[in-house]
Design a binder for this molecule. Structure first.
Ligand code: SAM
Length: 236
């Protein structure tokens, strides 16, 4: 069914997550990391967010812009099911969906006006840096929070794994700690989610993995006891 729609970005989200792999799979899983929602013209007017500071949390509606070119599928294989079972796209939070729209609840810390820009400081987001935001709404607990809701295949947050560092990686982090405060904590929180696809977790996995945080590439291996970070490099 066609209808007359005009959807465009009202803001862009700035986050430390520079590539899709490694981003938490839902909001709140890495809850302390700060991000910024920068309103874009003609919406970057402080009046457009007047009153928003009264709320602790926001709904962000956004576009999975990096996946749009790949279209959508009727069924998908959720990572939680090990990639073996298919569910309908509308029964999942798949990023490959008609219209490519995602939604996340995030914590709101501040509404700021900086050099002519209106910026919302947030945390807990699961968004790629540069994600176009198509709407912003206050989270309303009496209606949006449903304590006895049933969560299907995702009733609980996924289990976390242990994250360790080689002495060399620890030394690298210590050397750049003034430039990147909280980096180690961020790496631990991101990798504790074990971003690998489920089928990789089921067997020995010798692959050297990489996640991109800020302008750094973080290299790591899966070990029998969790994940070990071995090296950091500036992103190319
Ligand atoms: N909470 C949202 C939802 O339910 O609609 C997103 C859930 S989705 C499973 C989260 C994943 O989307 C992240 O782990 C990341 O890999 C991916 N992602 C985040 N921002 C994206 C973007 N702009 N384009 C494509 N994929 C993105």
């Amino acid at each position: 069914m066609q209808f007359d729609s005009r959807i465009e970005a009202v803001a862009v989200c700035r986050t430390p997550y520079k590539q899709k792999f490694g981003i938490p799979r839902q909001p709140g899983l890495v809850d302390f990391v700060r991000g910024y929602v920068e309103l874009v013209p003609p919406y970057n007017h402080i009046d457009a967010v007047r009153g928003l500071e009264q709320y602790s949390h926001l709904w962000l509606l956004f576009c999975f812009h990096e996946n749009l070119a790949q279209g959508w599928k009727t069924t998908v294989r959720p990572p939680r099911l090990g990639g073996n079972e298919k569910l309908g796209v509308f029964a999942t939070r798949s990023t490959f969906r008609p219209n490519g729209i995602g939604q996340s609840v995030v914590k709101l810390h501040a509404v700021q006006q900086q050099k002519g820009k209106v910026v919302l400081e947030i945390s807990g987001m699961d968004l790629l840096d540069g994600t176009p935001i198509i709407d912003i709404k206050p989270y309303i607990p009496f209606s949006d929070a449903i304590p006895d809701a049933v969560g299907g295949i995702a009733q609980q947050a996924p289990e976390q794994v242990n994250v360790s560092f080689t002495a060399a990686a620890d030394a690298q982090i210590a050397n750049i700690s003034a430039q990147y405060p909280g980096l180690k904590q961020l790496i631990i929180a991101v990798l504790a989610q074990d971003p690998r696809p489920a089928y990789k977790k089921a067997k020995d996995d010798p692959k050297r993995y990489q996640v991109a945080l800020y302008d750094l590439d973080i290299f790591w291996y899966a070990t029998p006891s969790g994940i070990e970070v071995v090296e950091l490099q500036p992103a190319p």
